[in-house]
Design a protein around this ligand. Structure first.
Ligand code: ATP
Length: 364
């Protein structure tokens, strides 16, 4: 069941929460809405659900214009960050709720309700908790019940607003994998809001990156990471080093350092280049064109993060944001290099990307 959003704009007074949003989601996709706090993710989700109404633009569900249809006509299941289970009802009754409140003519018989609730509780692997009450469950269990409850009415669209936001890190990780597997089984078109890029990368088949009420990029996790469309996406998804300088004769020139850029035949005005920490190699050769001094080493478990300050005899020196580069090394490489804080080594930059200043929005 597809979702199509066309030119959707939503204002609160003179504040624009959604600014001309265009988005198409295919039948059976699992898509993440990702962005910083206040960028409009929840407003977009609630607009699709029919809990908010936009000022202009329209929303098509399965090709039908539903822009002004109430929530009950949209066949959506909704899961909120804060469980929203009924504490005075058992788990069984919570899941059965959506079926019981249907008009009499559409309400399944009791035996059918019971069968369906147990099937859903099996699906979320919590049938053994059917008789308990929500306060007797862990946060992770409550969210799985909330999901079973949303699925009970067989929604065509599943909308999840930070479903794991209130849970601790290890439970979140487990539930992410679980949500992905569940989706592989059910294929309900699903849209979930998160401000956690790792969560979006791990769960979603496509990510919608939002900022200031606008969509900055829509793409697979790989595409938004490897080919960010804007400076904002570069810095928001994964970590990145920002270098200030300009493109000149196939090089990126940043105050004394000329970093080669393959296939760059453009000369351009002053701008930024972005380098991922794992796209920098450290070599034990301080005579490379780009010497750096190791200033801090942070063990991260499977990798090491090394902070290195450019060493230069030019007046200005390389213009690196924060005055240091972060380099990510595998544990093995770090051990082989045996780096010491304070020593001078060389770097090689294997990949960088940049944006034409004329078209790229400013960095926040
Ligand atoms: N009812 C409202 N009245 C006025 N402003 C609102 C209202 N609802 C949302 N906003 C504003 O619209 C902007 C977008 O809100 P929204 O909840 O969609 O952001 P979000 O990206 O989901 O943020 P978060 O991750 O913090 O939940 C925010 O600046 C918010 O303050």
């Amino acid at each position: 069941m597809s979702i199509q959003v066309n030119h959707l704009t939503k204002r609160y007074g003179d504040f624009t929460a959604l600014d001309d949003i265009d988005l198409a989601i295919d039948d059976g996709e699992l898509v993440a809405l990702l962005g910083p706090s206040g960028c409009g993710k929840t407003t977009l989700l609630r607009s699709i659900a029919g809990m908010e109404f936009a000022d202009s633009g329209n929303i098509l569900l399965e090709g039908r214009d539903m822009t002004f249809e109430p929530i009950r006509h949209r066949h959506v299941g909704f899961v909120f960050q804060h469980y929203a289970l009924f504490n005075h009802m058992s788990v069984f009754e919570n899941v059965a709720y959506g079926l019981r409140v249907r008009p009499r003519a559409q309400r399944p018989p009791e035996a059918e309700i019971s069968r369906r609730v147990h099937e859903l509780l099996d699906l979320v692997q919590l049938d053994w908790l059917a008789k308990r009450f929500p306060p007797q469950l862990s946060g992770g269990q409550r969210q799985r019940i909330a999901l079973a409850r949303a699925l009970a009415v067989e929604p065509r669209y599943l909308l999840l607003d930070e479903p794991f936001g209130a849970l601790d890190a290890s439970v979140r990780k487990e539930l992410r994998r679980w949500l992905r597997r569940l989706h592989e089984e059910l294929h309900v078109t699903s849209l979930f809001v998160t401000h956690d890029q790792e969560e979006a990368m791990e769960v979603a088949s496509r990510i919608v990156v939002m900022n200031h009420g606008r969509i900055e990029q829509v793409g697979t996790p790989e595409a938004v990471y490897d080919s960010p469309a804007t400076p904002f996406v570069s810095t928001f998804i994964g970590s990145v080093n920002v270098l200030h300088g300009s493109l000149r004769d196939g090089h990126f020139d940043t105050g004394g350092w000329q970093l080669p850029i393959p296939n760059a035949d453009l000369n351009s005005r002053s701008q930024n280049a972005f380098v991922r920490p794992h796209d920098i190699e450290i070599v034990r050769d301080a005579s490379t064109p780009w010497p750096v001094r190791i200033r801090h080493v942070q063990p991260m478990g499977s990798s090491y993060h090394v902070e290195a300050t450019p060493v230069t005899d030019t007046v200005q020196g390389p213009r690196v944001e924060n005055d240091y580069l972060t380099v990510e090394l595998t544990r093995q490489t770090f051990k082989t290099l045996a780096l010491e804080v304070g020593e001078v080594v060389g770097i090689r930059v294997h990949h960088l990307h940049w944006f034409h200043q004329e078209t790229a929005p400013a960095l926040d």
